[in-house]
Design a protein around this ligand. Structure first.
Ligand code: ADP
Ligand code: MG
Length: 614
């Protein structure tokens, strides 16, 4: 019989383990920062270059390591946190598996400098491919510094799988915020490419949340507190009116460890039932304290899923204490459920007389100076087809090359067929009289029957195609604001705004950020003052979707602008105005669906009209 089974060499075993623990630069940040917390640090600095692809450096002032530990710590199952089986059931540290450093050292170049508290001399260890390249005495501050370079240099599949810097850095800020929110008593900083993005002084919990979310959140937080034998709960929820279309501000912690739980999220949603709009998500920061023996942290390699012995009980505590708090703070359901977006008029504009918004449609009207008639608009689903011009930020400064953005306009195949079909069937007769019903639906006779057009959606599509066609090569015309609109932003929103500044400029927005306040002094001229604040909110929300890449962000931003432009009051009093709108709609090659895939036109064919009279 042959013996086929061999033990894997250490470096390969470590690489395999790394596959589970280290998925992307953000996982490294999480693991190394957690080690610093376990080492009792009171200050932790995170320095990132190129979203962690080039460098992740984490410096702490914790207890440090002696020369031997500084070498052994890179071995698999090397941990100072668990020494007997029982320890596993009473974990108070973040780490315990002893595999983070071994994993990182298997897939990156690592340099460790560390000095134990009270010792004069430190140790420097350089790791490559899981083995020690150099280990020497060194002078360095007390505490520990890890430099992780060239992540996944020896795992090309992983390296190539990494997303754009924006996406990867988005994951890093997510992890950073999670640990910063778990430990307000620790001073954290985060630098990206030498820019300081976060400097969070040690403080109390509420202040830490405000430092992360932005000052605006201070009067939006409702405190939650509940103490039972099984669980102690504290934290905050955001008042119902600040629920959002994305799950952004939802944080659960147990014993100061961030975790995810659909089940507990459900409890929070239930508590907010009837108080928030459909398809919006409440914001919450809930901190549970549970006896470590009653939870199992070891059910997932990255430890973000946790098993609770008393799951159902905790569910009911979350539900009832949030209900109670919302009731106590007198937060009654006074929301207007019909409203699509909030019309928050900036404070400075309250004193101005309100003017009736109007839109005058004329059939030659073309605010966008379409440069190319051959280009067709996109329906918005362009995951593969985003333009190189946008990715390279090449717009505006120089003429974008045609080949850079020709894919930008690709319409999905199936839609293209439908478009063709409709263009052939319908030919617009200028002399036809159309009617408007309920101020919105245009009824217009056509050869094949009766066309019904949703006029607001038509405007949305017209504005969308106009901007999409022109904005890559020339900036959208913007209007200067008499009074800049001011918005208080969270740290993340600031990063997102600044990372997309040149695209926003190209779209007609001019904004500067100063101490957490975004001040917008110019906006695209298709927008109306009344909807500006809510448009900016939806733009900030779009910028925050870290899973969409730059080309798609552009589409989504233009779609938001178009949606807001379509909220204007339409002036369709004359047949000429109606006909003008129809003409413009038909100039868009996709005139059947809006960018968000809503139907613009339907036809009632002759046959179905005739059957009504049989
Ligand atoms: P774990 O955290 O699960 O113990 P790691 O691989 O993350 O495993 O770390 C291995 C060991 O290295 C830790 O148990 C700890 O003793 C030591 N260590 C890691 N980072 C630090 C640090 N920043 N300061 C002091 N000791 C550290
Ligand atoms: Mg660890």
């Amino acid at each position: 019989m042959r013996n086929l089974i061999k033990l894997l060499p250490d470096n390969i075993a470590n690489q395999i383990a790394a596959g589970e623990v280290i998925q992307r630069p953000a996982s490294v940040v999480k693991e190394i920062v957690e080690n610093s917390i376990d080492a009792g640090a009171t200050k932790i600095d995170v320095n990132i270059k190129d979203a962690g692809k080039t460098l992740i450096q984490i410096v702490d002032n914790g207890q440090g390591m002696g020369p031997e530990d500084a070498e052994i710590c890179f071995q698999r199952h090397a941990t100072s946190k668990v020494s007997k089986a029982e320890d596993l059931f009473a974990l108070i540290t973040k780490g315990f598996r002893g595999e983070a450093l071994a994993s990182v050292a298997a897939i990156a170049h690592v340099e460790l400098k560390t000095r134990e508290r009270g010792k004069d001399i430190g140790t420097s260890v350089t790791m490559e491919g899981s083995s020690i390249k150099e280990s020497t005495e060194t002078t360095c501050p007390e505490g520990t510094s890890f430099e992780i370079k060239n992540l996944f240099y020896n795992v090309p599949a992983r390296r190539n799988f990494l997303k754009s810097d924006k996406v990867e850095f988005g994951h890093i800020t997510d992890e950073f915020e999670r640990v910063a929110l778990s430990h307000p008593e620790i001073h954290f900083t985060l630098h990206h490419n030498d820019n300081e993005l976060y400097n969070l002084q040690d403080t109390i919990l509420k202040k830490r949340i405000i430092d992360v979310l932005g000052k605006k959140s201070s009067d939006r937080l409702v405190p939650i507190e509940e103490s039972t034998e099984i669980v102690e709960m504290k934290g905050f929820v955001l008042k119902p009116e600040f629920s959002r279309k994305t799950r952004g501000d939802q944080f659960l912690f147990v014993n100061n460890r961030y975790f995810k739980s659909h089940y507990f999220n459900h409890a929070v949603n239930k508590a907010f039932e009837g108080l928030i709009k459909e398809r919006t998500f409440p914001g919450f920061f809930l901190y549970l304290d549970v006896d470590p023996k009653r939870i199992d942290v070891n059910v997932h390699p990255t430890k973000t899923e946790i098993k609770f012995e008393e799951e159902k009980y905790i569910y009911s505590i979350i539900l009832s204490s949030i209900r109670l708090a919302l009731g106590k703070y007198n937060i009654a359901p006074t929301l207007d459920f019909e409203r699509e977006m909030g019309f928050d008029i900036p404070h400075k504009m309250h004193s101005q007389p309100a003017t009736e918004p109007t839109i005058n449609i004329n059939k030659d009207f073309n605010p966008f100076q379409t440069t190319s008639n051959t280009a067709s608009s996109s329906s918005g689903k362009t995951t593969e087809n985003f333009s190189k011009a946008i990715v390279n930020n090449g717009f505006g400064t120089k003429e974008a090359k045609q080949e850079d953005w020709e894919n930008f306009y690709t319409v999905e195949d199936q839609k293209e067929e439908e478009v063709q079909e409709l263009v052939e069937v319908e030919s617009i007769d200028e002399n036809i009289t159309s009617f408007i019903v309920k101020g919105n639906y245009i009824l217009s006779p056509s050869k094949s029957g009766l066309m019904v057009i949703h006029s607001k959606r038509a405007v949305e599509q017209i504005v969308y195609s106009g901007i999409i066609k022109s904005f890559i090569s020339s900036p959208i015309e913007s209007q200067k604001m008499l009074f800049p609109i001011e918005k208080e932003l969270s740290k993340k929103e600031i990063i997102n705004w600044e990372m997309n500044a040149s695209m926003l400029k190209q779209l007609g927005f001019d904004g500067t950020v100063e101490s957490d306040i975004l001040s917008v002094s110019a906006v695209p001229n298709v927008l109306e003052e009344e909807t500006l604040s809510s448009t900016l909110d939806s733009i900030l929300e779009t910028l925050g979707h870290k899973d969409i890449e730059k080309g798609d962000i552009a589409h989504s931003l233009v779609a938001s602008i178009a949606r807001s432009a379509a909220m204007k009051q339409l002036n369709l009093n004359s047949n000429e105005a109606i006909q003008g709108l129809i003409n413009q709609l038909f100039q868009c090659e996709n005139h059947i669906y809006t960018p968000s895939n809503k139907k613009i036109i339907d036809t009632i064919d002759l046959e179905s009209i005739e059957t009504k009279f049989k």
